[in-house]
Write a protein that binds this ligand. Structure first.
Ligand code: ADP
Ligand code: GLC
Length: 520
């Protein structure tokens, strides 16, 4: 077995030829959500579109999800293939195969009475708090994935298991104990969410006792699901090159930067792609009118429809700012609220916000709508159709995230000709080119990028956007068209994932790793 340090990996440099071109790599893609079946955020967008792209391009890929009621409603011919007994779960865990018209690739659904048969948000109960048994729920999910990975639940046996985020983090740890196992890839979509529980929970889950160690699942006296992926996966990746570098530093490493630095030869950043069919201004079924880079008339109609829908006066010449996102500190919506008086002091500006989350931020947005009833509108809640209309109808999209592993909305904005204003972090830095005079002239500019995630930083960028709007309209139109020329579809990144799978197969990690990631 290769030592963990022997595997220098550079995604851009490595071009693998399949060892046997006839036999394709079989991939089991594991996620706790996948659009359009079940979605709370960008993980679902990726888990819906990446495996689907691989499947459409001929790869043998299957997606495994928990069998939430909302998912079961959308599938046909669900068939029981295995009934498993997993540690620490009283009842049986059932593995079903299924097909979904809205997500056409082979699906496995994990049904566990009492665990996943709850409507609504997959992680949070009606009281707005995380379910108290999330550790039990996702441990059972992980055990079922392991059974599939080892060919114990179905005759199809994957070569690679691709795990995503903490909910699947135990899988690489459990598989590391097997002599004959598939390769494991672990994708970090957001290191801030770690699946942390206490020691008693670790004990209650009846996990192998030796996994309670700083080299294993222990995390400063707590138990963290995500460490199973970060410490044990053959390859780790995150969803943009810049974020891959950022998480190796203490500021954004959330206590895992030491371990990530140690494993840096197995850590890469692969930029997310977007689903160019679902997010397409020329054919989007959520829009009242369609448009493309050659004719933007439809965009003007979408703006009017958005204003009407949110109760703002139709003002074709306003500069309409939009923001969509979970209302959490990460996304920096408080910075938008901070600059609101200055923004509203500019004639002809409007703001629309779609999101839900933190009660204080929700209240602050409601207050803003009362203060500026003709200029500011907020829809508190989750609304997929409105998200599409906002991408199309806004002029400028605000994304002042304090950190952003990748971010999808700025890429949707580019495609819809809605100029993004972004903080230079993570995937935002990797996807938006600042509109410096030079970049505007040479046509490479695609938005406004600011360095400091505070209200001054955001205002500096917003002010530059307003200044460009005041210039002859050819300048703004040139910028909009250069946004719309960007192609962030999956074709490039899907190929990089294929290289990653191949590399993980050829370079199994030796586990466990030394204790060097302990706090200095
Ligand atoms: P994150 O995954 O951190 O929330 P991303 O930018 O990667 O951020 O993806 C967020 C996804 O969730 C996008 O598809 C966005 O449109 C969608 N989204 C977020 N909040 C809402 C909402 N309130 N209503 C509809 N869609 C939303
Ligand atoms: C996470 C990140 C977001 C990323 C998404 C999909 O939720 O916060 O930046 O785009 O996952 O990878």
């Amino acid at each position: 077995m290769a030592s963990p340090k022997s595997a220098a990996f550079s995604v851009s440099a490595v071009r693998y030829l399949p060892r046997d071109p006839v036999i394709a790599v079989k991939i089991l893609f594991a996620s706790s959500e996948a659009a359009p079946l079940i979605k709370t955020g960008g993980l679902a967008d990726v888990a819906g579109s990446l495996p689907r792209t691989l499947h459409d391009q001929g790869d043998d890929v299957r997606l495994v999800l928990p069998a939430y009621p909302g998912v079961l409603k959308q599938v046909s011919s669900a068939t029981l293939v295995a009934e498993l007994q997993v540690p620490a779960h009283g009842g049986p865990v059932r593995v079903l195969t299924a097909q979904a018209k809205v997500l056409p690739l082979p699906l496995y659904l994990i049904e566990a009475p009492g665990l996943f048969d709850r409507p609504g948000n997959p992680y949070v109960g009606e009281d707005g708090n995380d379910y108290p048994d999330n550790a039990q729920r996702f441990a059972a999910f992980c055990h079922a994935i392991v059974a599939l990975a080892l060919g114990q639940a179905d005759s199809w046996r994957p070569d690679v298991v691709h795990c995503n985020d903490w909910q699947t983090g135990l899988v690489p740890a459990l598989l590391s104990k097997e002599w004959q196992r598939p390769a494991t890839v672990f994708t970090i979509h957001n290191l801030a969410y770690q699946g942390q529980f206490d020691r008693a929970t670790f004990d209650a889950l009846q996990l192998p006792a030796d996994l309670w160690s700083p080299d294993g699942l222990e995390f400063y006296g707590q138990f963290a699901f995500i460490k199973g992926g970060v410490a044990f996966a053959d390859m780790i990746n995150t969803v943009s090159p810049t974020y891959a570098a950022e998480i190796c530093r203490p500021e954004l490493g959330y206590g895992l930067d030491g371990l990530l630095r140690y494993r840096s030869d197995r850590l890469v950043g692969i930029l997310n792609g977007i689903d160019n069919q679902v997010w397409d201004p020329a054919g989007d079924s959520h829009l009242p009118a369609h448009y493309d880079g050659t004719d933007l008339t439809g965009k003007t109609k979408c703006k009017a429809a958005l204003q009407t829908r949110l109760g703002l006066p139709n003002a074709p010449n306003s500069v309409l700012f939009g923001h969509i996102g979970r209302l959490v500190p990460q996304k920096g919506v408080d910075l938008i609220i901070d600059i609101l008086p200055t923004l509203m002091a500019q004639p002809g500006t409007q703001l629309v916000v779609l999101g839900s989350g933190d009660a204080n931020l929700e209240a602050a947005l409601r207050t803003a709508t009362r203060e500026y009833p003709d200029r500011v509108a907020a829809h508190i809640g989750y609304d997929e159709g409105l998200a599409h209309l906002m991408e199309a109808g806004s002029d400028v999209f605000l994304m002042p995230s304090r950190f952003e592993p990748c971010g999808l909305n700025q890429m949707y904005s580019l495609r819809y000709g809605t100029v993004p204003v972004v903080h230079k972090t993570g995937g935002l830095a990797d996807t938006v080119v600042d509109a410096s005079s030079r970049a505007l002239l040479d046509g490479s500019a695609t938005g406004f990028v600011f360095d400091h995630p505070d209200s001054d930083g955001l205002w500096w960028a917003v002010d530059r956007a307003l200044e460009l709007r005041r210039r002859p309209s050819v300048w703004w139109e040139k910028l909009v068209r250069s946004c719309m020329r960007q192609d962030n579809g999956w074709h490039v990144s899907a190929e990089r994932y294929r290289e990653l799978y191949r590399f993980a197969l050829d370079n199994p990690a030796a586990a466990p790793i030394p204790e060097i990631h302990k706090k200095p």
